[in-house]
Ligand binder design. Structure first.
Ligand SMILES: Cc1cc2nc3c(=O)[nH]c(=O)nc-3n(C[C@H](O)[C@H](O)[C@H](O)COP(=O)(O)OP(=O)(O)OC[C@H]3O[C@@H](n4cnc5c(N)ncnc54)[C@H](O)[C@@H]3O)c2cc1C
Length: 366
């Protein structure tokens, strides 16, 4: 069957895993179309622990680790990682990124995989990779018997990073070095970070202060607001949707327990509602591929963040997938390539998720 709107690989999702997958596949000579449901505006997050991959042997692994880590062994701003990966992907003539394009349906037959997008287009490919995060639509096709990640019993408040210039003068982190510190509180703990911006948010050379606040006392409100239904996480709690009483409680706790400059950064985020409550979920896979369709990153495995492994394993997913398609993806080679990908990755990523479950069992309260 010949289709004019055909590419070698469709990747669903242009966040970190989708971009890395696009780069890895394009380096093997595949034409790649990445479809992303949100627009192309720069998104923000907090910090991510990235391993620099000093001992990587393959060129693609070294490239992806360098882009992810900025060449440094440290926690990186999520936005900085995304910025570098996106710039690399956009400079590759084999990669097309379509933003504002939501995938609503997908399928496969003996010749092709395909997606249908929200605007009524159908796009065909030799392989289809789901990098569409923890609520993956693609996963439903790969593992229909086990489609959902389950709620782990706690939330992380991701405080959007704030430029040091936006903090009160006496609370700017003049004396602290960049890096991450951990503090304990009554119902959880806080990872506070101070990271240097590379200009992806228009403030090159400035330090940004952010934090991730793990809190096991909010399950009731997550159920009440429909963020969690049964055992399944449906959506995050965005700043503007957080009830006023919860904001007031969080402010009160922040004033009492967190040290500067994270106290000021958190109060600023609570005041401006520039934070997101992300219910923690876990997904231990028993399948990563089905025919011409496979999953990668959070679509494939969702570990407790305490493992600090989710993103680093996503880098390895992309690298290994690249190796598997080196022979090409014409005809039956596509299925063989994705089968090999599954056998290379499944056990490793499953064990990674299981390793974080005992922490969730003791800390989480459903
Ligand atoms: C804006 C943002 C900020 C983040 N900040 C942090 C952070 O600070 N610290 C941290 O540890 N982790 C953060 N994460 C999560 C982190 O990126 C992931 O846990 C990990 O890196 C794996 O990423 P992923 O690309 O597999 O999944 P995700 O980052 O979840 O990306 C999935 C992508 O798929 C897209 N998508 C989903 N469904 C569809 C569809 N049907 N059609 C088209 N596109 C679709 C989503 O819009 C999203 O861009 C953040 C994620 C996002 C999206």
């Amino acid at each position: 069957m010949s289709h004019t709107n055909r590419t070698n690989a469709i990747v669903v999702g242009a966040s970190l895993s989708g971009l890395m997958t696009g780069i890895a596949l394009a380096r093997e000579g595949l034409t790649v179309t990445i479809l992303e449901k949100v627009g192309d505006e720069q998104r923000t997050g907090s910090g991510l622990q990235v391993s620099s991959g000093m001992f990587e042997t393959s060129k693609t692994a070294r490239l992806l680790r360098k882009l992810a880590s900025g060449g440094k062994k440290s926690v990186q701003l999520w936005s900085a990682i995304e910025y570098r990966l996106r710039r690399e992907a956009l400079s590759d003539p084999n990669i097309t990124i379509q933003y504002n394009t939501r995938v609503d349906a997908l399928g496969q037959d003996a010749d092709s995989a395909w997606v249908e997008t929200h605007d009524g287009n159908t796009l065909y490919s030799d392989i289809l990779i789901g990098a569409d995060g923890h609520r993956s639509l693609v996963r439903e096709h790969v593992a229909p018997h086990h489609p959902d990640a389950s709620y782990a019993g706690y939330i992380v408040w991701i405080i959007d990073t704030v430029s040091e210039d936006d903090l009160p003068l006496d609370q700017q982190p003049v004396k602290q070095r960049t890096g991450v510190q951990m503090f304990n509180g009554p119902n959880g703990f806080l990872f506070g970070n101070i990271l240097e911006s590379e200009g992806e948010l228009g403030d090159k050379g400035k330090r940004r202060v952010g934090c991730a606040w793990y809190d096991n006392s909010r399950s009731d409100i997550l159920y009440e607001l429909g963020c969690v239904q049964g055992d399944v996480v449906h959506h995050s709690l965005k700043g503007p949707d957080i009830p006023d009483e919860t904001i007031a409680e969080l402010k009160h706790l922040t004033r009492d327990i967190w040290p500067e400059p994270w106290k000021s950064a958190t109060l600023y985020a609570l005041e401006t509602r520039k934070l997101t409550g992300i219910p923690i979920k876990e997904y231990a896979p028993d399948k990563l591929a089905n025919g011409r369709i496979a999953i990668i990153g959070d679509a494939a495995h969702v570990p407790a963040p305490i493992t600090a492994s989710g993103f680093n394993e996503s880098v390895d997913d992309a690298v290994d997938l690249g190796k598997c398609v080196a022979k090409g993806v014409e005809g039956g080679d596509a299925i063989e390539a994705l089968d090999t990908y599954e056998s290379m990755r499944l056990n490793k990523v499953r064990q990674m998720v299981l390793s974080g479950k005992s922490f969730s069992r003791s800390f989480g309260r459903k």
